[in-house]
Design a protein around this ligand. Structure first.
Ligand SMILES: *Cc1c(COP(=O)(O)O)cnc(C)c1O
Length: 400
């Protein structure tokens, strides 16, 4: 990806989108659907010859599961993964003939809901398999998938259980998986020894189910090498522009730009303090932009400015971005309001009603996440409901 220097920064956000800008919102999300589709195509290319699915759980990582699944379906994606049966039922409306896998449906009764909604349950314990089997014996066959734990100790039957099941000649007709899968614990750390161990265990599983497709990789796993690809990959974060942990060079195109509206601009003198706890004491006379954004919008409290005692995750807090410049957060992020230092901008260059970017086109989401002691995944999924959302195409990024 070409990253232009600050001098070349010329693409401020459009001030309005088709006149649909609604000032009753304090913040907006600009979601670049073209970048989303391009990211999926890039992951599909990296996954070949395996097929490439899309993980759209948690409302499409906060972007909106409906528009995301509709766009990826149109781009040719026919395998989707969701966390809950409820998410699956929604996705079904956007992707009529796709396979929709429900990963977390282990509680009794939910497998029946999956069946009724034409979703594929990912079975994750021997009891779960038994319940599913009796359901299929009573009502007829339906595709299912099988989760095998290979080292994460989250969900899935053990390797031994999988091998016994594979060799069970009495295996009922009601149990006919279309996919065996497992999940990597350390895919984002290429040198971690657990990757190789999980690969080896999963190879054993895949070999024990020779007629069943197999899937091991999330976004990070796809970068670990051809051996890890199997038949189907399951990228999530890389579709949405977040880094998999291999560093920014391995991140895909940014998809989401979050911006907060400036509601007031004020002057404060050197030595005065900003926000709760009086934790940030100004080192110079300052111009402060107060923005309509806070931790209720997923702009985490841990992104608070330098000097706020509870943060302690990073020397300085997060920065916003406007007019070609990074603008540090001043003091505590509060529920609905956050102060940014705009002293270095020429007076009048920002006025109330203008926007400050929180992350996206100019500031990498993973850099912001790191300043708050977290990861892009959490930033995306924490965004909440108070943003006006714009789904656009053809927007260029200009990372600083
Ligand atoms: C969330 C999830 C994925 C996608 O992971 P990313 O790191 O976002 O690519 C894949 N598989 C399973 C089992 C998951 O829970």
């Amino acid at each position: 990806m070409v990253r232009n220097s600050l001098e070349n920064t010329s693409t401020e956000s459009p001030d309005s989108f088709d006149g649909s800008e609604d000032e009753s919102y304090g913040a907006r999300l600009i979601i670049n659907m073209e970048a989303l589709v391009e990211n999926w195509q890039a992951m599909r290319a990296l996954s070949a010859p395996a097929r490439c699915a899309a993980v759209i759980k948690a409302d499409g990582y906060g972007l909106g599961a409906n528009p995301v699944s509709a766009a990826l379906y149109q781009a040719g994606c026919r395998d989707f993964f969701v966390a809950t049966a409820r998410e699956g039922t929604e996705a079904r409306m956007q992707a009529p003939d796709a396979r929709i896998f429900v990963m977390n449906c282990i509680l009794p009764g939910i497998e029946a809901q999956c069946r009724d909604a034409d979703l594929v349950p990912v079975l994750a314990s021997m009891e779960h398999i038994a319940r599913w089997t009796s359901l299929c014996i009573a009502n007829g066959d339906h595709p299912c998938a099988l989760q095998v734990d290979t080292g994460m100790n989250r969900l899935g039957i053990t390797l031994d259980e999988a091998l016994i099941l594979a060799n069970d000649v009495t295996r009922p007709a009601g149990f006919s998986p279309v996919l065996v899968m497992s999940h990597l614990a350390c895919g984002d750390q290429p040198d971690h020894p657990l990757n190789g161990q999980q690969l080896e265990r999963f190879q054993t599983v895949a070999a024990a189910f020779p007629d069943v497709e197999s899937s091991l990789c999330n976004s990070a796993g796809i970068r670990l090498g051809k051996d890890y690809l199997f038949d189907l990959t399951r990228p999530g974060i890389s579709l949405y522009g977040g880094s998999t942990g291999h560093g920014a060079s391995r991140s895909t195109r940014p998809v989401v730009t979050a911006e907060a509206r400036i509601i007031d601009i004020r002057q404060a003198r050197k030595g005065e303090t900003v926000s709760y706890g009086a934790a940030e004491r100004l080192k110079r006379d300052s111009t402060i932009a107060v923005c309509s954004i806070g931790y209720a919008d997923g702009y985490l409290r841990s992104l608070s400015g330098a000097g706020v005692p509870m943060r302690g995750v990073h020397d300085s807090g997060a920065c916003g971005f406007a007019k070609g410049m990074r603008l540090p957060v001043l003091g505590c992020v509060t529920m609905d309001l956050t102060a940014f230092d705009i002293t270095d901008l020429s007076p009048g260059s920002l006025v109330p009603g203008d926007f400050i970017e929180l992350f996206g086109r100019h500031i990498n989401i993973d850099d912001v996440a790191a300043a708050g002691g977290t990861i892009g995944y959490e930033m995306l999924t924490a965004m909440g409901k108070r943003y006006q959302r714009f789904y656009v195409n053809n927007m260029r990024e200009d990372m600083s």
